[in-house]
Write a protein of this length. Structure first.
Length: 440
């Protein structure tokens, strides 16, 4: 995410390295680079200029006695201003109605249907919500099918009325259906076109008018940069929508849309899409996004994802096993699965400060664990729970079965042993022994 922009901003801050204090000249020089980086990332020139002017004023107005070095100060000021530009605080969606009706709008291909599914899943996981997805694209039967597929994936009912050519009627019927069947959220997926056209605008405005949704969301592909911002403007003029959904942030996005959209339409970005899978959805936090743009990672989101996967019961069982020296390969496999559930490896790595930059040219695929998994799957249940029994001939058999080499099997066994020792240590003498060991 935003690798190019992060790199360029980093070089812009380097201009200040070695300077003992902020001066008008070095600030101007550094900010010229910041502005160039923003414009290259497809941020509108006017916004980029205003941005750097604000940062400049703040930088020069700083007390010279500040404890931060000029480079650090600039990073902080740019971070604060980026956060502000992207909306300051995170904003949720309005779920006040019964049912609360959420209308999705946007161009075809922006990711509306995918996001409708993700949002339904997100709300369903909140336990108190029972969403209904509604297919309102009367032109493309394939789109209706797609929503059914998505609904099935997330276990949410989909309402469609294939013979009906009137999206306003379908929406109204769907809301009535939701009331009768205890759905407290209705998510309406509408037809998009490849480009803004009058017929589409009239149709979506008519639906909007007729059903008066609690929340109208505009979905936009972040890869389209300035176009995304212009489309947002057009939709906003007609719909006065409540929030923006920025999709495909997992791709090679330059960042322009994320940075400029809020200030152009004055509506917050509420969620982001970070992949094709149904769990690739995140609440948009301006300050965390600013951290990511500046290559500072996003530890908060990483910890949150870990917490979502954390199962206290499981953790207790695991602890007992470790204490009894009974942690085996099945448990190891289980742990790997937990990690994988947190998201794609590349996505997770991007949240670790500094790692995103280091790994930007490395193609980490989600099959990174495949070799390890294959080796474990080739072990017998006895070998998994009692790895000690794995002798040379068993190693050969395991390597053959998993399509790996004896060396790779050895390596895994070695890592497994080290992990076992480490876990034992963290359990036993607590962190103190670990600390001593690390100090050497
Ligand atoms: P719609 O025409 O607006 O309903 O768009 P779709 O939901 O059909 O999405 C268009 C394409 O974009 C599909 O291939 C989706 O899988 C893909 N897509 C949607 N959201 C994301 C995302 O956040 N990341 C990635 N990589 N692909 C996405």
């Amino acid at each position: 995410m935003f690798d190019n922009l992060s790199d360029k901003l980093d070089s812009a801050f380097h201009v200040l390295k070695g300077h003992g204090q902020i001066t008008e000249i070095n600030v101007a020089e550094s900010l010229k680079e910041v502005r160039r980086a923003l414009v290259d990332a497809d941020v509108n020139y006017k916004i980029a200029k205003e941005f750097t002017n604000t940062v400049k004023e703040r930088a020069l107005g700083q007390d010279v006695l500040t404890t931060l070095k000029p480079g650090q100060l600039m990073v902080k000021l740019v971070k604060d201003e980026l956060t502000e530009l992207m909306g300051g605080e995170a904003e949720g969606i309005n779920l006040s109605g019964d049912p609360s009706v959420i209308l999705m709008s946007g161009l075809q291909g922006s990711g509306k249907t995918t996001f409708s599914g993700k949002l339904a899943n997100f709300l369903k996981n909140k336990k108190t919500k029972k969403p209904l997805l509604v297919a309102c694209d009367v032109y493309r039967p394939a789109a209706i099918n797609q929503l059914h597929v998505v609904g099935e994936q997330v276990g949410v009912e989909v309402y469609s009325d294939e013979g009906n050519q009137d999206p306003v009627a379908i929406s109204k019927d769907a809301i009535a259906y939701a009331k009768e069947n205890g759905h407290n959220v209705v998510i309406i997926d509408t037809a998009g076109r490849l480009a803004v056209d009058e017929a589409m605008m009239t149709e979506i405005s008519n639906i909007h008018e007729a059903i008066q949704p609690q929340e109208t969301l505009f979905v936009v592909d972040s890869m389209t940069g300035q176009d995304a911002v212009n489309t947002a403007k057009t939709f906003n003029e007609r719909l006065n929508f409540d929030g923006v959904i920025l999709t495909k942030l997992d791709g090679d996005t330059r960042g322009g849309a994320a940075i400029s959209i809020k200030s152009v339409v004055n509506k917050p970005i509420k969620f982001i899409g970070t992949g094709e899978k149904m769990d690739a959805i995140d609440i948009f936090y301006p300050s965390r996004m600013a951290d990511r743009i500046l290559g500072m990672g996003d530890v908060v989101s990483l910890v949150e994802r870990a917490q979502e996967q954390y199962d206290e019961e499981e953790a207790r069982k695991l602890q007992k096993k470790i204490a009894k020296n009974a942690f085996g390969f099945d448990d190891f496999l289980n742990q790997l699965q937990q990690i994988k559930k947190m998201g794609s490896m590349k996505d997770l790595m991007g949240m670790i400060p500094g790692a995103g930059k280091m790994l930007k040219d490395v193609d980490i695929d989600d099959d990174a664990f495949k070799g390890i998994e294959a080796i474990i799957h080739s072990m017998t249940p006895e070998e998994r729970s009692e790895p000690k029994v794995i002798n040379a001939s068993r190693k050969k058999r395991i390597a053959k079965g998993s399509g790996t080499t004896v060396q790779e099997v050895n390596q895994l066994l070695k890592q497994f042993n080290q992990m076992g020792k480490m876990m034992k240590m963290m359990q036993g003498g607590g962190g103190r022994k670990m600390m001593q060991m690390m100090k050497g």
